[in-house]
Write a protein that binds this ligand. Structure first.
Ligand SMILES: Cc1cc2nc3c(=O)[nH]c(=O)nc-3n(C[C@H](O)[C@H](O)[C@H](O)COP(=O)(O)OP(=O)(O)OC[C@H]3O[C@@H](n4cnc5c(N)ncnc54)[C@H](O)[C@@H]3O)c2cc1C
Length: 380
């Protein structure tokens, strides 16, 4: 009797694992089976969220349709959040779906905004993740507020990293489309003394002047500890009035990582070798935001997650064939393009900062090229 081939399971279809699915569609690994596990039937591409807020893209444009992609790739798709992974038993566990066995597992469940030490009550809280439901939750909250606060809606973005800055700059145009004539204010709060971590000094100066020109109030050096329906309270007792709090704080590990008996970094992300394999299990890869290359320290950014895709694909193939694995070498610097919500983007690269319309066109081209790989246009 023939031995069944290996079962490869992709847990979370984000920037890195989606590449494996894309390659599988082109040329699957012989005799192997691919199972994709995703909390939702679509995956979202964060790079296009700001453009969706400004109305540059229709809401569906930042989504990858996983059902048709998996179908075209002849892969199985389980649409349910995984609750736990038993590494020893080689099994992914769910609440409803039966356990999914794996021979090779790639964990790419991304990250969630950090909420440690924040007490939340009421309905003002709108975390950016899961991104699949963000626009719907944002819309519903704004709709509710348009009736309750006709005198003006106070929006607070929590987290002044690159994602929070883009949201602060692009949200006003979305709010105007939803609320029409109702007035609104936007503020951004960050626990650090200065927003824009990772940006060059020139880009940061430009960001600060853009935020000031749009009347976005920057509140730096304040750690939020409580969120309610009317305001947020900071650790020093300072209160910031807010009817809508968009949570875009730094990356924290999704809960399912906790269940995995594997080595983790101090923040709780899975520690890996430079082959992207867990340091505790050779048949488990951890990629994108979910992984942390031991001794590496690359930032949690989609750019890095995307670059890991080809190495992951190659290494999954090598592992199933018993060949040597390739090393992933993250680049030292990367091109940052921030949508500034005014038809332009801010390019930050090697210390140079350019704010121009062509930068947005470049971003549009890069993002569109990435997304085009996952579009299924005809029956395959
Ligand atoms: C607003 C915003 C804008 C950003 N803009 C940029 C940018 O312009 N450039 C850039 O480089 N980076 C950007 N980032 C960062 C970037 O989004 C992340 O680094 C990137 O998404 C990481 O990719 P990933 O594959 O690890 O995870 P993700 O792309 O987040 O994918 C993880 C997937 O796993 C699924 N999942 C989670 N838990 C489970 C579970 N238990 N079971 C099954 N599935 C699960 C999720 O639903 C999701 O589909 C931005 C982030 C934000 C919040």
């Amino acid at each position: 009797m023939n031995r069944p081939g290996p079962q490869i399971v992709l847990l979370g279809i984000g920037h890195t694992n989606a590449h494996v699915l894309h390659m599988w569609r082109r040329a699957p690994i012989p005799d192997a089976r691919l199972v994709c596990v995703s909390s939702f039937a679509v995956a979202t591409y964060s790079g296009m969220l700001p453009g969706t807020l400004t109305g540059q893209y229709p809401p569906g444009r930042l989504e990858i349709d996983l059902r048709s992609l998996a179908n075209a790739a002849r892969a199985e798709l389980v649409v349910e959040p995984a609750r736990a992974v038993d590494i020893e038993a080689r099994s992914v566990r769910f609440e409803e779906h039966g356990p999914v066995r794996f021979d090779v597992l790639s964990v790419g469940v991304g990250s969630v905004p950090g909420t440690a030490g924040i007490a939340v009550s009421g309905a003002a809280w709108v975390p950016v993740k899961p991104m699949q439901t963000f626009l719907m939750r944002l819309y519903e909250r704004l709709q509710g507020l348009s009736r309750r606060r006709p005198e003006g809606v106070r929006v607070l973005v929590m987290g002044g990293g690159v994602g929070g800055i883009e949201i602060s700059l692009c949200l006003p145009s979305y709010i105007r489309r939803v609320l029409g004539a109702v007035r609104h204010t936007v503020s951004v709060v960050d626990a650090r003394e200065r927003i824009g971590r990772g940006l060059s000094p020139r880009a940061l100066r430009k960001v600060e002047s853009l935020l000031a020109a749009r009347n976005v109030n920057v509140i730096a050096g304040k750690r939020v500890i409580r969120v309610s329906d009317e305001d947020v309270v900071c650790a020093d007792g300072h209160r910031i009035p807010a009817d809508l709090v968009v949570l875009a704080t730094g990356a924290a590990p999704p809960p399912v990582l906790e269940s995995m008996a594997l080595p983790k970094d101090p923040r709780g992300f899975l520690l890996t070798r430079d082959t992207l394999q867990s340091t505790g299990a050779a048949n488990v890869f951890a990629v994108g935001d979910s992984g942390a290359v031991a001794g590496g320290g690359a930032p949690k950014a989609g750019v890095y997650a995307v670059r890991q895709g080809p190495v992951l694909w190659r290494n999954i193939g090598s592992l199933t064939r018993g060949e040597a694995l390739a090393r992933h070498e993250p680049q030292h610097d990367f091109l940052r393009l921030l949508n500034t919500g005014d038809g332009k983007a801010l390019m930050d690269y090697k210390g140079r900062a350019v704010h121009a319309r062509w930068c947005r066109l470049l971003k549009h081209w890069i993002d569109g090229r990435f997304m085009s790989r996952f579009r299924v246009t005809r029956k395959e």
